[in-house]
Write a protein that binds this ligand. Structure first.
Ligand code: NAI
Length: 247
């Protein structure tokens, strides 16, 4: 049990990649705060974890973009579990469109969720991690943040920002036993990529050396490694998990 006695917060854990991460960390013994915007989803995932791994998860709901609400939630989670060892900033949205025509609302919404959301949770847990002189922060970025993607100016900028943010906090916290890393998924089968047309999916698959989309579990495995004791000398990195799309 890699994460016995450890507490993990996973945002956007009501479905998709976040759900897979929550299940993976719980399967290795972590007690999990399942955070989602939609209460019904976090309750469902927490119930699933508790049914499979016996009483380790609690559901919470919040809009990650709301700084005050997130600080309050982090205090509640810390009180409920007594500590936080692992933070996975996974909640994210897309509002795609050509940059010239993109509305300021779509720009702001994506930046607020994907980038400010991670900053908000970081501020909510960093002090506790510094006091305990240990912690793991893992930010779910995207290959779009490394290579750009037409139609995703807001999304790619938010993910590139998240990668830079990861490096800053890695530097600031390095002497406190806290590591911060990013994982950059390629194309993963979830609701987010379900909306792409078959034509776009076929085009994308041709660009991926392994010739297929990844699964949420592929991301969860990378997160579990970076969250583990074995990864203690890795910090400030961005690990693409993308079937070779970026190399
Ligand atoms: P998804 O759309 O299935 O799940 C996203 C989750 O984030 C949902 O549970 C949603 O409720 C939550 N969320 C969104 N806005 C929120 C807010 N303001 N407050 C609280 N929760 C919020 O997406 P998926 O595919 O599971 O994505 C997870 C992460 O992985 C995202 O950060 C995404 O950008 C990233 N990613 C996904 C890729 C893919 O191919 N699916 C590729 C690269 C990155």
């Amino acid at each position: 049990m890699k994460f016995a006695n450890q507490v993990a917060i996973i945002t956007g854990a009501g479905r998709g990649i976040g759900r897979a991460i929550a299940l993976k960390l719980a399967s290795e013994g972590a007690r999990v705060a399942v955070v989602s915007r939609t209460e019904k989803n976090s309750v469902q995932v927490a119930e699933e974890i508790n049914a499979r791994f016996a009483g380790l998860a609690r559901p919470y709901s919040v809009d990650v973009a709301d700084h005050a609400a997130v600080q309050e939630l982090c205090a509640k989670i810390t009180a409920d579990f007594t500590r936080v060892d692992i933070l996975v900033n996974n909640a994210g949205i897309t509002r795609d469109g050509l940059s010239m025509r993109m509305s300021v609302e779509d720009w702001d919404a994506v930046l607020a969720t994907n980038l400010r959301g991670a900053f908000n949770f970081y501020q909510g847990v960093a002090r506790g991690m510094m006091k305990q002189r240990s912690g793991r922060i893992i930010n779910i970025a995207s290959v779009a943040g490394l290579m750009g993607n037409a139609g995703q100016a807001n999304y790619a900028a938010s993910k590139a920002g998240l990668i830079a943010f990861t490096k800053v906090i890695a530097r600031e916290l390095a002497t406190r036993g806290i590591t911060a890393n990013a994982v950059a998924p390629g194309f993963i089968t979830t609701d987010m990529t379900d909306v792409l047309s078959q034509e776009i999916k076929d085009g994308v698959v041709k660009q991926i050396p392994v010739q297929r989309f990844g699964e949420p579990d592929d991301i969860a495995s990378a997160v579990a490694f970076l969250a583990s004791a074995e990864a203690r000398y890795i910090t400030g990195q961005c690990l693409p998990v993308d079937g070779g799309l970026v190399m």
